[in-house]
Design a protein around this ligand. Structure first.
Ligand SMILES: Nc1ncnc2c1ncn2[C@@H]1O[C@H](COP(=O)(O)OP(=O)(O)OP(=O)(O)O)[C@@H](O)[C@H]1O
Length: 552
């Protein structure tokens, strides 16, 4: 049940929550004292009782000031508590999403995850703040006002049995509809985020193909859909609270009419009836407020369910791998490996391959044969269906997964750059890399010439996905990133496919020394890169099963 999810995250803050509840209790006591004091005051004013008015006024003012102070403290404290619960939740969701396997990310919508991590979690925060601050006070005020009304006059206490069933009927009636409306609205909002994200990425294609109008129309339709659904949700949420407050107010009026009859026949003083009125009014507010909170809870439940759905999905089990590895020698073996992407045809059906430490192996072959898939399996991005992959004789499924991945300098087909400087993109997570190592990596990747020509050199910002660089320059940055780490194994997946021929030749020349003693897998079709290899494998052979040809 998703309330557990919230409770587990709230538990570390139990002290703050208890303080809040205590203060809420005080605030509701102050609120409950006010009608009684005001009734006495009025009785004094209209001359029901001949007492001195000053003590009552002093008490009334004290209660009002206390109430104001407590409400301010509660509002600030609840913001602190819910903010910290939320920050924890955000960190947890972020870490969990990062630790999920790539197969999860292949099938999830990034817009969905983004929406969950941003505006949905924020809505949840607002709900938490309102709930922590107000619900205990609302319940206590409603219960206290009902009890006091009942004590003053049991007939007036009848307001409670009238309101409670109305509350439940309305809540049931609205709850499910509100939840459905909120689900539809949220999906429309997520679609809007995803569409904006993908349209922004496609902007140059949009301009090149002059499709701005149709993209704007499509986005406009999505906006309209979200707007209509937002109104539908808001309408339901807007009706619930006031409808209940109205029901409670009508009940209060009925009681006042009855009270008025009692004044007429001398059973009640106007001061007492005034107190009734204030208690009845006091009762309508928390009842309406509770109904609104119930509505907000229905919306928050949807977010909680989606959070739970993500947080309950298993992370890659390799993070818990117990076998640790320092620096590997770089011996790789695949034994009878079978693999297919879920729901797709088999790619490897009994693949055997061994690569000795320090060997440079090139993989060639047609598109779609599984060359990139093979290296993704070495990095354990996907789990093999059967067989075994070992590194230095250790089954990679036993290795702590980050220890495994740190052995590789992986340059993927599409260089992945982020919107930062060239230096940050090369260093990646290594803060302040050794300048000598950095220069060496840049020189090897044949990147120094173009970097030197940039206006800010290494501090030049590259734009989203490195959009301000050429394709070949992006590849050089990605290659320098891998070379900086100087790992025992390199995987270069079409890493120089966009290099001009001279630069590629220079890279190959430079690599002969630099890659000595490193195990290297090069996926390439280009003769210059293939010339580096001790051994060239055709991917067609790997798919057949059996032993891939050993070096001659
Ligand atoms: N994440 C994925 N989910 C499902 N199928 C995939 C996934 N990635 C690749 N494939 C499929 O697996 C097959 C092998 O893809 P892979 O990228 O390994 O080929 P490749 O030999 O590297 O091709 P290329 O030379 O074009 O880079 C292709 O048919 C592709 O459609």
């Amino acid at each position: 049940m998703n309330l557990n999810l919230l409770w587990n995250r709230a538990r570390p803050f139990i002290g703050e929550i208890a303080t809040l509840s205590g203060l809420s209790l005080l605030s509701s006591l102050a609120a409950l004292a006010i009608p009684w004091l005001a009734g006495n005051f009025l009785a004094g004013v209209v001359g029901d009782v001949g007492d001195d008015l000053y003590p009552t006024v002093a008490l009334l003012l004290t209660a009002l000031v206390t109430l104001a102070i407590i409400n301010i403290v509660v509002a600030v404290l609840s913001e602190h508590a819910s903010g910290r619960i939320l920050a924890g939740l955000r960190r947890e969701v972020y870490a969990h999403i990062q630790a999920m396997p790539l197969s999860f990310h292949d099938h999830s919508r990034s817009g969905d995850l983004l929406a969950l991590m941003t505006y949905e979690v924020e809505n949840l925060s607002r709900f938490l703040t309102a709930t922590l601050a107000n619900v205990p006070a609302m319940i206590m005020t409603a219960a206290g006002a009902s009890l006091l009304l009942f004590l003053i006059d049991p007939t007036i206490g009848l307001i409670v049995p009238i309101i409670v069933p109305v509350f439940f009927i309305l809540a049931r009636l609205f709850g499910r509809r509100l939840r459905n409306a909120s689900r539809r609205f949220r999906k429309a909002e997520t679609d809007l985020i995803m569409l904006a994200e993908s349209d922004l990425e496609m902007i140059s294609a949009t301009k090149a193909f002059a499709t701005e109008d149709s993209f704007q129309q499509r986005y406009g339709e999505a906006i309209e859909k979200a707007r209509v659904l937002a109104v539908a949700q808001a309408r339901l949420a807007a009706v619930l609270g006031p409808a209940l407050a109205l029901a409670a107010a009508i009940a209060a009026i009925a009681i006042l009419v009855a009270g008025n009859g009692q004044i007429d026949n001398g059973g009640r003083t106007p001061g007492e009836v005034f107190t009734f009125l204030l208690y009845a009014a006091l009762l309508t507010r928390p009842v309406g407020g509770l109904a609104e909170t119930y509505g907000a809870f229905q919306i928050a439940r949807g977010t909680l369910a989606r959070l739970e759905n993500v947080l309950s999905k298993p992370i890659e089990d390799g993070y818990a791998g117990t076998v640790r590895l320092g620096r590997a020698q770089g011996a790789i073996r695949l034994e009878n490996v079978k693999f297919a992407y879920p729901g797709r045809p088999t790619i490897f059906d009994g693949l055997n391959l061994s690569i000795a430490p320090g060997q440079i192996v090139a993989l060639t072959g047609e598109n779609g044969l599984g060359k990139s898939t093979l290296v993704r399996l070495l990095l354990r991005f996907y789990e093999i269906d059967s067989g075994r992959i070992t590194l230095d004789g250790i089954d990679i499924s036993d290795l702590q997964i980050q220890d495994l991945r740190r052995q590789f300098g992986y340059v993927p087909q599409q260089p992945l750059l982020f919107n930062g400087t060239i230096a940050q993109n090369i260093a990646f997570d290594a803060t302040d890399p050794d300048p000598v190592a950095l220069k060496r990596a840049i020189d090897l990747a044949q990147a120094s010439e173009f970097i030197d020509r940039l206006p800010h050199g290494l501090s030049t910002r590259v734009g989203d996905h490195g959009v301000r660089l050429s394709g070949g320059q992006r590849q050089r940055i990605a290659l320098a990133r891998a070379l900086l780490r100087d790992p025992p194994i390199y995987i270069l997946d079409e890493a120089t496919s966009m290099y001009d021929l001279d630069s590629e030749a220079a890279f190959v020349e430079a690599c002969i020394g630099a890659l000595k003693g490193r195990t290297v897998i090069i996926i390439s079709h280009r003769p210059a890169s293939l010339a580096l290899a001790d051994r060239v494998l055709d991917a067609t052979d790997l798919r057949l099963g059996g032993q891939a040809p050993e070096p001659g």
